[in-house]
Design a protein around this ligand. Structure first.
Ligand SMILES: [Mg+2]
Ligand SMILES: [Zn+2]
Length: 217
């Protein structure tokens, strides 16, 4: 049986959500209003991201000064080494931006070129952020459609292990995953409470232990 692990980045690999941290510092608008609209199902995350980042005024140095303060879960290092040693297919799916993900991984001395990362892209032009997306517009209104990335592998007959924490993880996990690791106390865990596929976790050491025992033994 062939397994693929899909893993969210913000708040899952990192200890803090990078996007929310940047918006809190640099947005000149009530960015949380658009999150509420997403939670209520009134708009998708693509529209929300465009609105939220559209009001940010900052230069590259200011953005990366904040990004450089973000740490990853220390247990991710040994988890990712274990993934590579066992040739386990591992894909990062993020509704954040490729540019800060690579920056954080490099700072943490993780070779980002050895990782398959599916995320949005951003360019800073005259202190404004210009976003671009790697998936087509979808019926869910996603910025980066995590569902479509996972579906590709599901269709090829892969078993899906999904690791995440937030709102953008609910649909791919609920509809497509065989095993779900949901960060304890966060939105994904709350929304899927009682689902027999869900295992709540607080760090990657716990995930590794369970996967070693149950799947990759
Ligand atoms: Mg997240
Ligand atoms: Zn979608």
């Amino acid at each position: 049986m062939s397994y693929t692990i899909f893993c969210d980045f913000d708040g899952t690999i990192t200890l803090k959500d990078v996007g929310k941290t940047l918006l809190t510092k640099f947005s000149r608008d009530d960015w949380q209003y658009y999150d509420k609209l997403v939670i209520n199902g009134e708009i998708g995350t693509r529209e929300a991201l465009i609105k939220q980042w559209g009001t940010v005024k900052a230069n590259e140095q200011e953005i990366f000064d904040v990004v450089d303060q973000i740490s990853i879960d220390p247990s991710f290092h040994s988890f990712f080494e274990w993934v590579k040693e066992h040739n386990i297919h591992f894909i990062v799916v993020s509704d954040g931006f490729q540019e800060y993900i690579e920056e954080i991984l490099e700072k943490e001395e993780i070779d980002s070129s050895s990782m398959d990362i599916r995320a949005n892209n951003v360019k800073i032009v005259n202190n404004s952020l210009v976003l671009s997306f790697i998936t087509e517009e979808c019926e869910h209104g996603c910025a980066n459609c995590k569902y479509s990335h996972v579906l590709d592998y599901k269709k090829k007959g892969n078993k899906i292990i999904y690791i995440g924490d937030g709102l953008s993880d609910i649909l791919p996990a609920r509809e497509l995953a065989d095993v779900i690791f949901a960060k304890e106390g966060e939105d994904l865990a709350k929304k899927l409470k009682g689902d027999p596929r869900v295992i709540e976790f607080s760090n990657f050491e716990e995930i590794k232990t369970i996967l070693e025992e149950k799947i990759f033994n």
